[in-house]
Design a protein around this ligand. Structure first.
Ligand SMILES: [Zn+2]
Length: 310
């Protein structure tokens, strides 16, 4: 009978150092350090947040500072980003000539409207976020050599919606222009009437247009500038009755949105429907003016229309 020898197998740990002891550092290994590759810094350091904006049209990352210097227009594809009312006024009027009217006028919640949130709390939130009291700024200013009445809407305040404050401020501006025999420029951007104010917002359509009729009767010029987007109650009232109607490139202009029209008419809409370019071809507007050319072009129009008036 053969003898079988059993050998005790070990895992080789019995004689080793306890597990907590750190292994000795070996400096001789070839791969001790990860090689540094040139130009591969961390992404976070390359693109700090808030300094770049991706252009929705050409997908280029645009440096925010460059965008600001270019009046919020993409220098690669000329896409016009939204611009705030104050910034726009700054780009159009002669320095320090804008005398604001009714700066403290704010909306009252006449209907005590409550949806997802109360109208009052919505107003407070937007006032805090935008630094504006409502969706329009109005005042008397100088554009080139011309004294003019200027109203500028801001889409960032509740979608540029027209409530009683927007209507009242614009009406007072138009009436002031009539009284002082001044030409009028209104730069619109709006999603339409402010439904939080129900019928009170719809009444602004008639009120602003009535004031414009008196302005026209006094043979004073009104230039309406449509920017992206100008729709619904605003487009159906003061924005579409200018002596001259001009628009920024690519602006969406219309009454109802394309989906509603398609569903109602059951017809295919033509390409480019409701863009400034389409409406220029079909005679609704008179010219398309890029934002950077807006001031010299307004001066040129005022030279023709307001010659000898101020
Ligand atoms: Zn672009």
């Amino acid at each position: 009978m053969g003898t079988t020898t059993f050998t005790k197998k070990t895992l080789g740990l019995e004689t080793g150092e306890p597990g907590v002891t750190p292994p000795p550092v070996n400096h001789n290994t070839t791969f001790a350090k990860k090689p540094k590759l040139p130009g591969r810094k961390s992404r976070k350091r390359d693109i700090p947040e808030g300094l770049w904006t991706k252009c929705p049209k050409c997908a280029t990352m645009v440096f925010d500072k460059e965008l600001d210097e270019n009046l919020k227009v993409c220098s690669h594809c000329q896409h016009h980003f939204p611009i705030g009312a104050r910034e726009r006024i700054h780009s159009l009027v002669e320095t320090c000539t804008f005398e604001e009217m009714d700066a403290e006028m704010t909306s009252v919640d006449v209907l005590t409207f409550t949806g997802v949130a109360s109208y009052i709390s919505k107003l407070e939130d937007y006032q805090k976020a935008t630094g504006l009291k409502d969706a329009v700024l109005t005042g008397i200013c100088k554009i080139g050599e011309h004294r003019a009445a200027l109203g500028v809407m801001d889409f960032s305040f509740l979608g540029g919606s027209m409530g009683s404050v927007v209507g009242e401020k614009l009406t007072r501006l138009i009436e002031k222009a009539t009284e002082k025999t001044l030409p009028l420029v209104i730069i619109s951007t709006s999603g339409g009437a402010r439904m939080y104010e129900g019928m009170f917002s719809l009444m602004q359509m008639a009120k602003t247009c009535a004031a414009l009729a008196y302005h026209a009767q006094a043979r004073l010029p009104y230039i309406s500038v449509l920017t992206h987007p100008t729709t619904a109650g605003v487009m159906a009232s003061y924005a579409s009755v200018g002596d001259l109607i001009i628009a920024e490139p690519g602006a969406m202009i219309g009454f109802a949105g394309p989906r509603v029209i398609k569903d109602t008419t059951q017809a295919e809409l033509p390409p480019g429907f409701q863009t400034a370019e389409f409406l220029l071809d079909h005679g609704l507007i008179d010219a398309i003016v890029p934002r950077k050319e807006m001031k010299p072009r307004l001066i040129e129009y005022l030279n023709y229309l307001a010659a000898g008036q101020n």
